[in-house]
Ligand binder design. Structure first.
Ligand SMILES: [Zn+2]
Length: 383
């Protein structure tokens, strides 16, 4: 996903501010056990944002009422924008236990806009609830990747995508063995508790998602699953001092993820995972498939002007991979900032082709399957 040209954002719509405030308040509520005062202040601040959007005498007027609304479908809060946010209308942010729901992590986070009045030092709030996805990517590429040389940039970004978690010593060894990786210190942090199982002896364990390799979420009910739902394998936890997983559905006979010790293990933060690692997995998969046809592939050319440049002797194809669960926010983004290459929808997002072309008739867009057959045909022609 190319984000090198960070254009100014257009003025945010009131409903976007509501969604952002609701997610921040829900996040704060979910961590109030750890950040008691800061969390309650944040919920009060977000109540202020919501009241300001609604205007006097309408909508939730106290933090308690706002939290109550976060346990109900978002449509109730977004009454004036039902059309624009049909995909969010049924989404609930907080479950009965006061934890964030799966949709908060994978869909609603694509709608986050920064709230100016709530900026400032809120270091306990994660980037994915306070920043626009473009800002998170931009921050990663300027702060974490410590180089402006193209080959080092590609090696570093590829490393983050391929190694989003692992034992600290192992990550360091892999980094040192891989040519050109230049990562700034502090790129990895401890594995969060919600992605860890604590055994009866107090030792922590985590499991890699088979698709993205980041630690899967471990629910208190013993369900283990990646927070990004298109990575769809679901497991039951078999507790103990050496915990194991059992696949919940029949699924393809892939090997079961093995428990890793949480002690000494690190992972990239949730914002980097969601907006760099998750799309990066698709970008690398498509690049590898194009390479197998004997085409020449460059990843993120010109320091990320777009995602892939594929050359087949005679022809050149430039594409920008867009992996967005939210069709609305994808359309909105492409409208504000026209892409510098043809849009490519990865396999699970093929369904977006028609609605996207309907909404933006001039847009050049293709799918993973169509694109790869086009590359294959061009390679054959060149031979
Ligand atoms: Zn995953």
């Amino acid at each position: 996903m190319s984000e090198s040209s960070l254009g100014a954002h257009h003025t945010d719509e009131p409903w976007q501010r509501l969604v952002a405030a609701a997610l921040r308040a829900a996040y704060a509520w979910s961590v109030r056990g750890v950040h008691r005062n800061a969390a309650m202040r944040e919920i009060a601040r977000m109540t202020g944002v919501v009241m300001e959007v609604y205007g006097p005498g309408r909508g939730p007027v106290t933090p308690a009422v706002l939290v109550e609304r976060l346990r109900a479908p978002l449509g109730g809060l977004l009454v004036d924008a039902r059309q624009e946010v049909a995909e969010l209308a049924d989404v609930v942010l907080l479950d009965e236990e006061g934890n964030l729901t799966e949709k908060a992590y994978d869909l609603v986070c694509e709608h986050v806009v920064p709230l100016k009045e709530a900026a400032g030092a809120q270091r306990w709030l994660p980037t994915w609830v306070t920043m626009h996805s473009d800002q998170i990517r931009h921050r990663v590429f300027t702060a974490m990747i410590a180089t402006t040389k193209q080959d080092e940039y590609v090696a570093s970004r590829k490393f983050l995508v391929q190694h989003p978690a692992g034992g600290e010593r192992d990550l360091v060894e892999k980094r040192d063995r891989t040519d050109g990786v230049r990562l700034a210190g502090g790129s990895y942090q401890d594995i969060p508790e919600e992605q860890t199982y604590r055994g009866p002896d107090g030792r922590g364990w985590w499991w890699r998602c088979p698709d993205c390799k980041w630690p899967m979420a471990v629910s208190s009910a013993g369900k283990v699953r990646c927070r990004y739902r298109p990575h769809s394998a679901v497991y039951d936890l078999l507790p103990g001092t050496r915990p194991k997983l059992r696949r919940r559905d029949d699924g393809p006979g892939a090997p079961l993820p093995v428990a890793q010790a949480a002690e000494g293990a690190k992972c990239v933060d949730a914002g980097v995972w969601r907006f760099v690692v998750v799309p990066g997995v698709s970008e690398l998969r498509i690049a590898a498939a194009a390479e197998r046809t004997k085409a020449e592939v460059q990843l993120w050319p010109l320091l990320d002007r777009y995602d892939l440049l594929v050359e087949t002797g005679g022809e050149k194809f430039a594409v920008d991979v867009k992996e967005c669960l939210s069709l609305n926010s994808l359309i909105d983004r492409l409208r504000t900032r026209p892409p510098s290459a043809r849009i490519l929808l990865p396999k699970p997002f093929r369904w977006q082709l028609e609605p996207l072309t309907d909404a933006l008739p001039g847009l050049a867009v293709t799918t993973e399957t169509k694109f790869l057959s086009q590359v294959r045909a061009a390679v054959r022609k060149a031979q």
